[in-house]
Write a protein that binds this ligand. Structure first.
Ligand SMILES: Cc1ncc(COP(=O)(O)O)c(C=O)c1O
Length: 387
């Protein structure tokens, strides 16, 4: 049997590799403390689960859903966007529910990338932007995110030939893996750049609700003209601890939303309706859980930063996202450093190069680890000295 070349070209999915290594150690009876995966450890809030259970009992929700999602869900998303960002969306034309934002991020490449086209993709970055581009037959032009530029791409340094040939500009703020945030001035620059080079912007924004120290992350759609050139991907996963339920959304330019809907309606049959009702409850019910979760993450962030500093790893205090992006000492690659940490103290982190070559020299630590595990990890790190 011969698989298609696009499958052969795939790098192993980063977390699968890490999970395999951790599983091997655990099978040998070793306790591994994992800061490696960004999957909230806190359960979905009870009022959301209640609504899901109720809806699951209703036979109307046992049948095929529509790809376009429930009208009530699209309306709830539009109302939430207006309340949260002051952006008024047309729920019929500018909102598309997704089976988790990853699904939409992967599929949108099929809407805008023809074989031979290019996408501008941040490096380090969430791997699905470039993999989706490759599946559609396109090439990624990687935009370095460096500490010198506050982990924002330097759009002016992209050669005009590349920018003119590209079709899509991928952005992600608050950023995974760097924890960086973007201001309105950056989004405005990106919109002008997209207009100038006839690009569409895909802004991946699942972390806007995970923020600290009173900071409120922005939406791309708050930038004037953004809706003419872009869509924003959002998710219930991190805001409401709903990673396992698989539900997200895309909002913005009506033509882009329509193209995504057309691809999706040919490939999937929508989101189970009971989960859509749970998502409506998440958006329309009490938002107290967001502040409560953020207080927990903020405390974990500060605890981890303290110990990282002690062992000589420098990291900027992130204002949002679930991640600390820490610079490792000279003399190691990030994979070597990650392997040493795992082998010597049983602490798992993600090597920066898992997100692209500009991730070299960094590791990522996730704040989605239960407090008792965090304390164990902190104790192990505090007692360790990288030579
Ligand atoms: C930057 C980024 N985008 C998208 C996703 C996917 O989220 P979802 O659970 O909505 O598919 C993740 C998940 O970790 C992420 O980090």
């Amino acid at each position: 049997m011969r698989v298609a070349k696009r499958i052969e070209k795939l790098p192993p999915y980063l977390f699968v590799e890490i999970s395999r290594k951790i599983a091997e150690k655990r099978a040998r009876g070793e306790e591994v403390i994992s800061f490696a995966i960004g999957d909230p450890d806190i359960p979905t809030p009870p009022h959301i689960i209640e609504r899901l259970c109720q809806a699951a009992h209703d036979p109307a929700n046992h049948r095929y859903p529509e790809t376009s999602g429930l009208t009530e869900l699209r309306q709830a998303i539009a109302e939430w966007y207006e309340k949260r960002f002051g952006v008024a969306l047309d729920p019929e034309r500018e909102v598309q529910p997704l089976i988790g934002s990853k699904e939409g991020i992967g599929h949108i490449a099929l809407c805008f990338i023809d074989p031979g086209d290019a996408a501008l993709v941040p490096d380090p970055g969430y791997p699905v932007y470039s993999i989706g581009t490759m599946f559609a037959g396109g090439e990624s032009y990687f935009m370095p995110l460096t500490a010198e530029n506050d982990f924002l791409p330097d759009l002016n340094s992209i050669p005009p030939r590349v920018a003119n040939q590209a079709k899509v500009l991928w952005l992600n703020y608050p950023n995974n893996p760097t924890g960086a945030v973007a201001g309105l001035d950056f989004f405005e620059k990106a919109v002008n750049f997209a207009r100038k080079h006839d690009l569409v912007i895909c802004h991946d924004a699942p972390y806007t609700e995970v923020a600290f120290d009173g900071y409120r992350p922005l939406s791309l759609l708050q930038a004037p003209g953004a809706r003419e050139v872009g869509v924003e991907f959002h998710s219930f996963s991190k805001s409401y601890n709903m990673t396992g339920w698989r539900i997200g959304m895309a909002m913005g330019n009506a033509l882009m939303i329509d193209a995504l809907m057309r691809v999706k309606s040919n490939l999937d049959s929508g989101i189970p309706q009971a989960i859509q009702y749970a998502a409506i409850e998440a958006l329309c019910g009490s938002q107290d859980c967001i502040g409560e979760h953020n207080a927990i993450y903020q405390r974990r962030r500060d605890r981890l930063l303290e110990v990282l500093e002690k062992i000589g790893l420098r990291a900027k205090r992130p204002l949002a996202s679930l991640y600390i992006w820490a610079k490792i000492p000279e003399g190691y690659t990030s994979v070597e450093f990650t392997t040493r940490l795992l082998d010597e103290v049983g602490v798992a982190v993600t090597p920066g190069t898992g997100y692209g070559r500009y991730g070299e020299g960094y590791i990522r630590l996730s704040l989605t680890i239960p407090d008792d595990q965090l304390e164990k990890g902190v104790a192990r790190l505090a007692a360790w000295r990288p030579s």
